[in-house]
Design a protein around this ligand. Structure first.
Ligand code: P6P
Length: 332
């Protein structure tokens, strides 16, 4: 049972059994993510002071200006994950193709693949708004001893062995699941230690916050327009409150604590929406479901979708179970 103020290290050791079939490798993998997060947090917190924000001049596969902090965070997570003999492959939002890691013995015998959005919401960095890192972990499916293939990354979200996010906000938190509930750890930057501040996090079944970019209203499908009007209609506990930060991790983290729904739907401008299935929607869906919430594309469970491409986008409805189900009613 999680005890408040336990350190992340103590928690991982006490819950080692949670990491099925893992001989401590998954624990070490979570530990390496926590280390990289501390390093990135240090840079994010001083971004305004040091000229590492603003566009790096390059453009990533998403066609978005690559912020220098994006590049820095990507490099740090890849470097930290590569050095630990646990990961055999990494896919990142910032890299067109996946990265093969054959291990120090050059034997391709590492067990896990990691998919990561190293700094989601990075356009918020220059305006001092919270950003986040999102990660998703699978066991490889191709034979040990051979290089990873795309099949190791195109697994359904229901095969994830762990997933989580780091939110670099008013405080820095690491929130993750290994399929046994969701726990949140807050970093004490003075001593570089994460403490269990939010044990056994639960998505309230109901909520009154809806998070969607209403600036795209005219481009939304009719069902989404109708649901937004439903949220704004005076009846019972409505109208709901509109809260949209433009940073997926921050919006979902707030909604998980207070109750709410986050929607990034398809539109006439984006036929599959904007968010990526593999390293944004699947990990956030795993967290949401493990906390008692729900995540779909408006019709199907996100974690049952069969991926076809590394950077594919899907519509995303995620949050309090009853709110997601009500929104899905409008999508029929
Ligand atoms: P829009 C950030 O770029 C992001 O991927 C999510 O973090 C965020 O929720 C969304 O896109 C914001 O997109 O189109 O509303 O600015």
């Amino acid at each position: 049972m999680a005890k408040k103020n336990q350190t992340l290290g103590e928690f991982i050791i006490e819950n080692q059994a949670d990491f099925q079939y893992s001989s401590g490798e998954l624990s070490r993998l979570i530990n390496s993510i926590r280390l990289a997060a501390k390093v990135v947090n240090h840079e994010v917190n001083k971004a305004g002071l040091v000229d590492i924000t603003g566009a790096a001049g390059e453009v990533n596969i998403q066609g978005e200006d690559q912020q220098k902090l994006d590049v820095y965070a990507n490099d740090k997570f890849i470097q930290t994950l590569t050095n630990r003999e646990i990961v055999c492959g990494i896919a990142s939002e910032e890299n067109d193709d996946f990265i093969t890691i054959c291990g120090q013995k050059e034997d391709h015998n590492n067990k896990y693949v990691v998919l990561i959005d190293p700094l989601d919401g990075s356009s918020n960095i220059d305006v001092n708004v919270s950003v986040g890192t999102i990660f998703s972990i699978y066991r490889r499916v191709t034979p040990m001893g051979s290089p990873v293939t795309i099949d190791d990354f195109l697994q359904e979200g229901n095969q994830q062995v762990a997933a989580g996010y780091i939110v670099y906000g008013t405080s820095t938190m690491l929130v993750y699941t290994t399929g046994h509930g969701v726990n949140g750890f807050t970093l004490n930057p003075a001593i570089g230690t994460y403490y269990l501040s939010h044990p056994d996090m639960k998505f309230p079944e109901d909520g009154n916050i809806y998070s969607i970019n209403e600036g795209n209203y005219v481009h939304f499908p009719q069902g989404v327009k109708d649901y937004i009007k439903y949220c704004q209609t005076e009846e019972g506990d409505r109208p709901y409150t509109a809260r949209y930060i433009g940073s997926l991790v921050s919006d979902i983290h707030r909604n998980m604590i207070k109750g709410g729904i986050y929607i990034y739907p398809k539109s006439s401008k984006a036929s599959n929406g904007k968010l990526r299935l593999l390293y944004e929607c699947n990990p956030m869906a795993f967290i949401a479901e493990q906390a008692g919430g729900k995540a779909s594309d408006g019709y199907q469970r996100i974690m049952d979708l069969k991926p076809t491409e590394l950077h594919q986008r899907v519509p995303f409805f995620c949050g309090s179970k009853n709110m997601v189900e009500k929104a899905e009613e409008f999508m029929k």
